[in-house]
Design a protein around this ligand. Sequence first.
Ligand code: AMP
Ligand code: MG
Length: 441
Amino acid sequence: MEQLSVTNAQRCILQSVNKLGVETVSLERSLGRVLATDVRSNRDIPPYDVSAMDGYALRNADLAKIPAMLEIIEDIKAGDRPVKTVHAGQCARIMTGAPVPQGADAVIRVEDTQALPNGKVQIDVAVKRGNDIRVRGESMRNRDVVLAAGTEITPGVVGVLATVKSAQVLVYRRPRVAILSTGNELEDIDDPVDPSKIPNSNSYALMAQVQALGIEPDLLGIARDDPAELEEYLQRGLRFDVLLVSGGTSVGVHDYVRPVIESLGVEMKFWRVAMKPGHPFAFGILQRNKENIAKANEADEVQGARTTATQQFAAADAFVFGLPGNPVSSMVCFEEFVAPALRSMTGHARLHRRIISARLTHDLKHQPGRTEFIRVILAKEQGGYAVTSTGAQGSGMLLSMARADGLMVVPAGSNGLTAGEQVTVQLLDGTAHQDQADFGE
Ligand code: AMP
Ligand code: MG
């Protein structure tokens, strides 16, 4: 079978997955979720012109001659409502966040004044009209959309939601994800150490990658390379929205995942991607009920977002990702294919890792054909970042992944890179981003 480019494999997956339903969560539990509706401001913020400083609210016209002596007519604290109007020769003492009184058109900070006896103050500096006044609505305007559907709820977003009094937040439902490892050679974490066995790391690394997206997966354990046992495990996994199967997807005589999964009704979209590491990577769909999905999609278009009533239909498809057994390959394939799919299913507008451009510190050999993902370490330098390989890049060398700040993308068509070249690095931490790397395919 022909192998797909990384870009086409990604496109195929993202065109296939659908958003799940929506649910309401309390603001306290909303961090990391994705907004399912646009959020509007419910008032002007600030609600009136307020002072940006502790100081005096005054009339700019009174500062024609400096120093100026002004009479203090009122003391306005944050939360107060001013009662007096500031006339010529007058000012009001004002605190940060307090409403600017009638008649005043500027605030001067207390550091630029000197207190005088008899309720007066000396102003030492002339300021322009509007100085240190936060104008009504400058932060948010009543009725304006302040957060768009598809926005991930970060701490900053939580602050905005609290500002507009969203105690309950409508978010997309998170997919239920199952993880299954396959292989006779595997020994699980609680098993005694057997020198002839390979420790199961993939289940746990994948678990953590899923958790990093705010989703708590179910670990189904290890299935032996036996068609009957595999069928039992895979059947269980196909009850989830997403099933990640590690190992058994290549063409070895004991790689039964493909035939068994197809016998269970899963339509495999592809089996190979032109990438390194991660060559045997598979993606398939179990369509449970086409008619209901069509209905749910229709409702989606009418309403702009799914209701809880349609979410059971939306969840009808199950998506299967066959990940390579080699530990680094498994993690890289998750990064490139599963993570964008899970973000898309949770309604995320940003599907990809943030990318940066950095200076390669060494030569790198590469044969044209496959897009390569090199685990790299970044170091700040004058004008940007220097990027260096973590060392040996074997697809079983998991330490390369543990040490990496990012994955450097070597374009498929490259004949090798030279020291000093600018290269693209996908960062392995931080928030998701809209722009995808150019894989040079
Ligand atoms: P496979 O894709 O099943 O041919 O597996 C390739 C290699 O990946 C195996 O020989 C194992 O060394 C390794 N491997 C497979 N599954 C796991 C796992 N769950 N954890 C760690 N290594 C694994
Ligand atoms: Mg295997």
